[in-house]
Design a protein. Structure first.
Length: 532
């Protein structure tokens, strides 16, 4: 049996090892290492949140493919997402830093790779935070309308007001110390698992009628407006629900500087958060789809499809109970997303890539990057302003940007890992020789996903088409393309002259073995970031 003294000795050794590895990567220990392995898993599991993403965007799959896109589409995306997580986990184990994807790309490919990876990651982080918060606002508004039907409606203005209140609350929570946030994420992980179990039991027992197995696993619905001859394309559009849900798991990597035993815990946090989410999400989606009371009513409910299913299949009391479970889970999810995004912005600013970087890289007395937290909260809120005009389209665009931005950022360092080959020295968790085929599959799937979600989401959204309407346009190509032009133009006109990638905060005696391009060179960099 371990003695307290032995435990403390191991903890000190782990802390020293973590700090030594961080120094080899070029950074001083500025943030508190308060998170254990389960807490690191919990933040990614919370951001993936099967009680948030796949319920708020359920209508996207039901509308584009129907139950087939929901059940089989979820499993398809889930398998490939586990592969991507494994490829990322190996790199995270080698280089556990808050900058994560951006840092990996910089070290393995150089400043230009790091620049584009970082900006797509930051764009995706902001978009996914905004989408999570707005999605939770739709469910919270539905719950409030059940409690106070004479006072609260479900119009876009009301939803936006609730969204703004949620964003402000999650900003306030993220200004607190990481130890409290760690406990919140741990509670969240257990809440999600227990919540899924409760909802599944309710949906199996309470409804008097259920859809047949053939409906849940074989029914195809095409309400997209596209011809049935293009059903595979429509099915592809329906994958947005699953792909949007199973993302954001880079959070484990962004929190690595605050995680004990980071080289192993970070990799496992990434992989297990995805694997667990695939299992829990599949069980939940099957239960919800079995409970569908009426196809047309579900289609007409659009963004409120799950609320409609629960209300019609059970009763208002059971629907309210399930909504309480979901709304609390979604609040956990949004809070964790702000945490992750703020750490990414802090790390990117630490290396002078973000305008006003001196401001964003500062940390408070409680070791929290306060200004980055505020910046993420404000920009995420601003991104959802278009929902005041059209909630469904605005939310769909936000989810598309999140999926594309994050997946591009996932792909770039994996590509560089493939190019590095045997020059890459893994950390405590490795894929061994399997990295060759796993990494290639991961990159190929990301390419398919990015192309799919840049496609028109409605025939009425194609310029020149009969019945063309601006509210049916997929603005993701414009926003992602605009971001690429902005970041690319900025880099080639200016940043390439001064942006050198990661800036070392300390004198480093040993170079990190994951890259050999800096061997023999030691850099004297600026002083460590200090709490103000």
């Amino acid at each position: 049996m371990s003695t307290p003294t032995g435990y403390l000795t191991r903890e000190r050794e782990t802390a020293r090892s973590d700090e030594a590895l961080l120094l080899r990567l070029g950074y001083s220990q500025v943030l508190y290492r308060e998170m254990g392995g389960f807490s690191n898993f919990a933040i990614s599991f919370t951001i993936i949140s099967v009680l948030a993403g796949c319920l708020t965007s359920y209508y996207l799959a039901f509308n584009n493919g129907g139950p087939v896109a929901i059940t089989w589409g979820w499993l398809l995306v889930g398998v490939f997402s586990v592969v991507i997580a494994m490829a990322m986990g190996e790199i995270a184990s080698s280089m556990p830093t808050a900058g994560a994807l951006y840092f990996w790309a910089s070290k393995l490919g150089g400043p230009a790779w790091g620049w584009f990876t970082g900006w797509f990651n930051l764009l995706g982080q902001i978009a996914v935070t905004a989408s999570i918060q707005y999605g939770s606002a739709t469910f919270a508004t539905a719950l409030l309308s059940l409690w106070f039907p004479d006072l609260v409606g479900t119009d876009t203005t009301t939803i936006f007001i609730v969204f703004s209140v949620i964003a402000a609350g999650q900003l306030a929570l993220n200004l607190l110390n990481v130890n409290l946030l760690s406990r919140i994420n741990t509670l969240s992980a257990w809440w999600h698992m227990a919540g899924v179990a409760l909802i599944v039991v309710i949906l199996l027992i309470v409804p008097t009628e259920h859809q047949p197995v053939a409906f849940v696993f074989g029914e195809v619905i095409n309400n997209s407006g596209f011809s049935d001859t293009g059903i595979w394309f429509v099915f592809g559009l329906g994958l947005l629900m699953a792909q949007y849900t199973v993302t954001g798991y880079d959070a484990s990597a962004h929190m690595s500087e605050e995680t004990r035993g980071a080289s192993r815990a970070t990799a496992l946090g990434i992989v297990w958060s995805v694997a667990a989410s695939v299992v829990f999400g599949f069980v939940l989606l099957v239960a919800v789809t079995f409970a569908v009371p009426d196809v047309q009513g579900t289609l007409d409910a659009a963004g409120m499809a799950v609320v409609y299913i629960w209300s019609e299949a059970t009763n208002d009391s059971w629907a309210e109970f399930m909504l309480v479970i979901v709304v609390i889970a979604q609040l956990f999810c949004g809070t964790a997303s702000v945490t992750s995004a703020s750490r990414m912005m802090f790390a990117f600013s630490r290396d002078r890539a973000v305008p006003g970087s001196r401001l964003w890289r500062r940390v408070g007395a409680n070791r929290v990057p306060v200004n980055s937290v505020i910046a993420i909260a404000v920009t995420s809120w601003a991104l959802m302003l278009p929902t005041l005009a059209n909630g469904v389209v605005g939310y769909a665009v936000g989810t598309s940007i999140a999926v594309i931005g994050l997946n591009i950022a996932f792909a770039l360092p994996i590509i560089l890992r493939i190019k590095a080959g045997d020059r890459f020295e893994p950390g405590a968790w490795s894929l061994g020789r399997h990295y060759k085929w796993l990494s290639r599959i991961a990159v190929a799937w990301i390419g398919v996903v990015c192309v799919l979600f840049l496609m028109p989401i409605s025939p009425n959204g194609i310029p020149g088409a009969e019945g063309f309407a601006w509210e049916a346009v997929n603005y993701a190509p414009l926003t992602v393309g605009g971001a690429l032009v902005l970041f690319g133009g900025w880099y080639f006109l200016s940043a390439r002259k001064w942006f050198t990638g990661p800036v070392r905060e300390a004198r480093v005696e040993d170079e990190h073995p994951a890259t050999h391009r800096e061997n023999g060179r030691r850099q004297h960099a600026r002083q460590p970031v200090r709490p103000y």
